[in-house]
Design a protein around this ligand. Sequence first.
Ligand SMILES: C[S@@+](CC[C@H](N)C(=O)[O-])C[C@H]1O[C@@H](n2cnc3c(N)ncnc32)[C@H](O)[C@@H]1O
Length: 308
Amino acid sequence: MAAAVHNEWGISELKANSSEKDTRKTYDTWAKTYEEDTDKLGYKGHVLCIEAFNKAMQSKDIFPEANKDIKILDAGAGTGIIGEMLVQQGYSNIDALDISEEMLNLAKKKNIYKRYICAALSDVPIDDIQTGEYDVTLCAGTIVYGQAKPAALDECVRHVRPGKVLLLYLLWSRAAVFHSHIKLLLLRFLTITNCITLSLEKELYVLKKVLHPKMFKDYTGPNNHLSPDSLSTPFIIFHCLSPGGIFIFSIRADSFDPVELGYSTKFEEMETAGKWRLVKRERRELYAHPHEERFRDCYLITYKVLKN
Ligand SMILES: C[S@@+](CC[C@H](N)C(=O)[O-])C[C@H]1O[C@@H](n2cnc3c(N)ncnc32)[C@H](O)[C@@H]1O
């Protein structure tokens, strides 16, 4: 067990090698004063995740089927602050998951969630959650060293409904006929993949660049007989995402930045494996008054889930 370091409220602080038992104990002990304490520090994890969620709901490219009945998982829900904000906005189909019974007990008093799942996000599948059960997972302040480890990310992605990838291709010689149509599809593709928008000629070049040959192995459609070499043959290939779920989370910069902690590497591995596609990542202030400067910033990240 990691040596206990205590913060100003006498709560033991978690370290990279803290066990699930340490994490549970820390939050069980902290639960009663958690909201008051984090408020004093100017904690914003929940606000940031709701901000990213609202942006995604307003964007047809990121989440085309936005409606108030979508099924949402608040992963690492704690005392239910995210749930409260969602309910205020009219969402009601929300479940809470947390490792700490005491944190969940406080969330229960707010009467906002449909289900309360007391379980750890780890490399072990959670029996109570079906594969692809949720349209959106929000996860504030939970993916961080000492808590949900990089190995838990496959399980987080398993909970979210995957999108499908459509592969369309056209003979180059007929492409001119579809010129405006093609441009629209490309713009859509480039928006989803977060690429910058370029002129059509350059877009075609970029498209060839961004379609990694491995994608052809992962996403072959029923009539797809193209090989990676086809990229140099006179075909235009569109790679479009059909609606799928999203996973939004904050991760403290002192967990994401040091490569040795394994988070950033795991994110890349999952992208290469076609499990998710990055929609947006931005560095933001997490604590307005951190008790230590290393806790000030986080990354606010949105991924579109593709495969689980
Ligand atoms: C910093 S709090 C954030 C709570 C809430 N999301 C918010 O923004 O106010 C982190 C929460 O994650 C939970 N947690 C930590 N590690 C976890 C794990 N491996 N699996 C599930 N929950 C975990 C803790 O019990 C705690 O409630």
